[in-house]
Design a protein around this ligand. Structure first.
Ligand code: HEC
Ligand code: HEC
Length: 284
């Protein structure tokens, strides 16, 4: 088990109020301390989200705030493009500020980036649209959409203190690996004991938590539909507020159980990985 440690400059509080912010397990190094080591070539970028007070008071600031609303309240602000009951922040926890849950901090500088699944170079906006189509089981926003531009503006703003070209040690989800094939029977037991309370015995979600399978969940072409991705997310973050409390095997078993349940299809999946490289746990 590897608890992700990230050097941190500032922790922003204001933006995440009401989003169920749980401080992630990590050792923070202050900006002052880190300045001493910044010249070393091997130094990772700082996990350095800006303070919400630094959102400009102009039109750009309005765009950033709209982007935040879309990420946190996607059901309301992203409506015509969403095809399930999720919000971006259900997976990109704490509005993208959680370094154990595919954080948005610092990722702007990594785009454009070649993606083997699509076999093309993608802009950050393209990548956002991939999650709209798959994780949100919805549709891509047009390139000139003000909503798409707002999400990108929010991520750009979160990334501003992370220099382009630096290493983003907290990118994605801290990955765990399995020691044996997943056990669906144990997965069902883990789900009943540790997940049903919030996600419901039918996995369709409750007032307390979003669905994890069924017609209102992510589709089969989403990253979360891969057992290793879901297992890693669950390990670090679930039960919500009690991350790192299940064993790696339990995380794999329950992830395999969830992902063995029905969920929406994604017909365009036939175009994925045209040049190969499909991960072994892709469910199609
Ligand atoms: C069901 C969970 C889920 C939902 C909902 C979701 N995403 Fe994602 N998203 C992921 C996963 C998993 C990844 C890949 C993380 C990795 O590479 O380890 C990802 C990756 C991304 C990335 C690229 C991150 C990087 O490091 O380059 C962006 C940008 C993104 N999502 C934006 C969004 C936006 C905007 C929404 C809402 C419209 C959204 N996502 C909804 C699970 C989700
Ligand atoms: C205390 C309540 C609670 C428990 C228990 C809990 N979760 Fe969650 N889970 C949540 C909440 C709330 C979210 C959305 C997080 C957010 O929006 O901040 C979530 C999100 C998720 C997601 C990503 C979003 C989605 O719905 O696809 C998955 C997958 C998930 N949980 C799996 C699990 C598994 C597996 C367990 C059991 C090991 C579990 N959860 C236990 C509350 C809980």
């Amino acid at each position: 088990m590897h608890v992700r440690t990230v050097r941190s400059a500032v922790m922003i509080g204001v933006l995440t109020v009401g989003v169920g912010c749980v401080p992630p397990p990590r050792a923070a190094t202050t900006l002052e301390q880190s300045n001493n080591v910044r010249d070393e070539a091997t130094v990772d970028a700082l996990f350095a989200p800006p303070s919400s007070e630094s959102i400009p008071g102009d039109l750009r600031g309005e765009q950033i705030r709209l982007g935040y609303e879309i990420v946190v309240h996607t059901q309301e602000y992203g409506k015509p493009y969403v095809g399930n009951a999720l919000n971006c922040a259900n997976c990109h926890l704490d509005a993208g500020l959680n370094p154990n849950a595919a954080s948005y901090v610092g990722i702007s500088g990594l785009y454009p980036e070649y993606r083997a699944r699509a076999d093309r170079r993608m802009s950050l906006a393209d990548r956002v649209n991939e999650c709209f189509e798959r994780s949100m089981n919805g549709k891509a926003l047009p390139p000139d959409s003000s909503k798409l531009q707002a999400v990108v503006a929010y991520i750009d703003w979160l990334s501003q203190n992370v220099p382009r070209g630096s290493k983003i040690s907290w990118r994605g989800i801290p990955r765990i690996t399995s020691t044996r094939p997943p056990d669906l029977v144990n997965g069902k037991n883990v789900f009943a004991k540790k997940c049903v309370f919030c996600h419901g015995s039918d996995g369709q979600g409750t007032m307390a938590a979003p669905p994890v399978w069924g017609p209102k969940s992510y589709n089969i072409a989403a990253g979360m539909a891969r057992v290793s991705v879901a297992a890693s997310f669950i390990k670090a973050n679930m039960p919500r507020g009690w991350g790192w409390s299940v064993t790696d095997d339990e995380a794999f078993d329950v992830a395999a159980y969830i992902n063995s349940q029905p969920r929406p299809d994604f017909p365009d999946k036939v175009h994925d990985w045209p040049k190969g490289g499909k991960p072994a746990d892709t469910p199609y």
